[in-house]
Design a protein around this ligand. Structure first.
Ligand code: ZN
Length: 457
């Protein structure tokens, strides 16, 4: 008798608190049974020898669609995510045109996503000077949260917030029961340092690093935490790159503040030597840190001080990273690595013996719980059938041929991971298998959050 649409057999299944060899039965896109004695399915996947993780939820990508979809877009971008084990991504409100700062822009973007995305997705709204009155409507229409910049964005369609906009925005967002995500680097410190370097004609990789010191990150984090204390706004710190910032965030958590933090794999796998050696392809903000800071970040990862891992996948066309044309200050910043976040975490897990449950929690469970995705984040009955099938006994070397991004420029090209992704499944559909996209077409859904936090008056 056929009981299931799909049966995943004999995989080493990564649950939130254990790894166990078992079978998973899927029906209508959901996990309906887990156990040793399952049989009877339209399609059977033999996962013997492989680990079965919950699909990754990447809370931080920039697909620039609509408006700049020659950088990336929902179609190629989501296929790239699927190849990397991501079954849900959250698209940031900037780098597309228009920015997602009002309801009209949100619907322009969600229409693109619904038509073109192969995986499920959620959408961030922006907090920028002048859009305070749009925040309530954006929340009502289903944004996952709001994003603002404390440093200068370099993007005229999405300006950083001044302090008064930040305070007003935090008060409103707290009242809406949402989370504010912050790019936390001090605008005054980074702008002032950069202006002096550029004026003096000092534009090397070392100069760039010196203009974005740990102090700039720590100052912005500290200020935001004080503002959150005053306004009651829940915060999520994106791409944190220093031990000092984590110390401040830990203090706030101990006080009972509603704060979470992510870092990105590039701060853990690479350091400033990559910027020195490869130039603009390794440029990001905050910058890749020196080796001693990188080592501290790895220790913080092992000690579970990061709530989640995101790619901050930030693509562009190759001309914008051309070091023959642009110096390191002028070149576009951003690491294109959305396909490699999960593999990076597996590499670190294997190298430092981090339990796989811990990897599943920072790549799936914690983001689902923080942002109100009630059917996602873990392998359990009733949850969405989102899975990654991974082998840990076979390496994977990144090349232009197996990198699914629209523009094949990435710091990861040439990197060899000690593991590989064999299959990615989203709501019971096989999206990626055998090195190829298997889905017939884009069937990703726009996922809206359930209420994330208690609303404070
Ligand atoms: Zn970003």
């Amino acid at each position: 008798m056929v009981m299931f649409d799909m049966l995943i057999k004999n995989g080493k299944v990564v649950f939130p608190d254990k790894v166990q060899t078992t079978n998973i039965g899927v029906k209508d896109g959901r996990i309906v049974a887990i156990g040793a004695e399952l049989a009877g399915a339209d399609s059977v996947i033999d996962a013997a020898g492989q680990y079965v993780f919950p699909g990754m939820i990447d809370v931080h990508v920039h697909f620039s669609d609509p408006g700049r979809d020659y950088w990336e877009g929902f179609c190629t971008g989501s296929q790239m995510m699927a190849a990397g084990g991501v079954t849900t991504f959250f698209d940031m409100p900037l780098n597309g045109i228009p920015s997602t700062v009002n309801k009209e822009a949100l619907y322009l973007k969600s229409d693109r996503g619904k038509a073109e995305s192969y995986t499920d997705f959620a959408l961030w709204g922006g907090l920028v000077p002048g859009n305070e009155e749009d925040l309530a409507e954006l929340a009502e229409e289903g944004v996952i949260g709001f994003k603002a910049f404390l440093s200068t964005t370099g993007n005229k369609e999405f300006e950083n917030v001044d302090d008064i906009t930040l305070l007003n925005g935090m008060k409103i967002i707290a009242g809406l029961g949402k989370v504010l995500a912050l790019h936390s680097e001090s605008g005054p410190i980074t702008d002032w340092l950069a202006a002096r370097k550029i004026e003096a004609g000092h534009v090397t990789a070392d100069d760039y690093l010196e203009t974005r010191p740990v102090a700039a990150e720590a100052e912005a984090v500290q200020r935001a935490l004080y503002y959150a204390e005053v306004t009651g706004c829940p915060l999520h710190f994106v791409h944190i790159s220093s031990h000092e910032a984590i110390t401040k965030i830990e203090e706030a958590k101990k006080k009972g503040m509603d704060v979470t933090v992510e870092t990105c794999p590039h701060y853990l796998l690479f350091n400033h030597e990559a910027l020195r050696g490869y130039g603009p392809v390794a440029k990001c903000a905050p910058p890749l840190r020196k080796q001693d800071e990188q080592e501290k970040l790895i220790k913080l990862l092992i000690d579970q001080k990061f709530d989640m891992i995101s790619s901050d996948h930030s693509p562009c066309t190759s001309d914008l990273k051309d070091s023959a044309v642009y110096n390191i200050f002028q070149a576009w910043g951003g690491i294109s690595g959305g396909q490699f976040s999960f593999l990076s975490m597996m590499e670190l897990a294997l190298k430092y013996e981090i339990p796989f449950e811990q990897i599943a929690n920072i790549t799936a469970l914690n983001p689902a719980e923080r942002f109100g995705l009630k059917a996602k984040g873990k392998i359990a009955e009733g949850y969405d059938a989102d899975f990654i099938l991974v082998s840990t006994d076979e390496p994977f070397t990144v090349s232009e041929d197996n990198f699914f991004a629209k523009n094949k420029i990435s710091l990861y090209i040439g990197h060899t991971f000690p593991c590989r992704i064999n299959s990615t499944i989203n709501r019971g559909k096989l999206l990626f298998h055998d090195g190829r996209i298997q889905a017939a077409g884009p069937e990703g859904e726009w996922i809206k959050p359930v209420q994330q936090i208690e609303i404070k008056s």
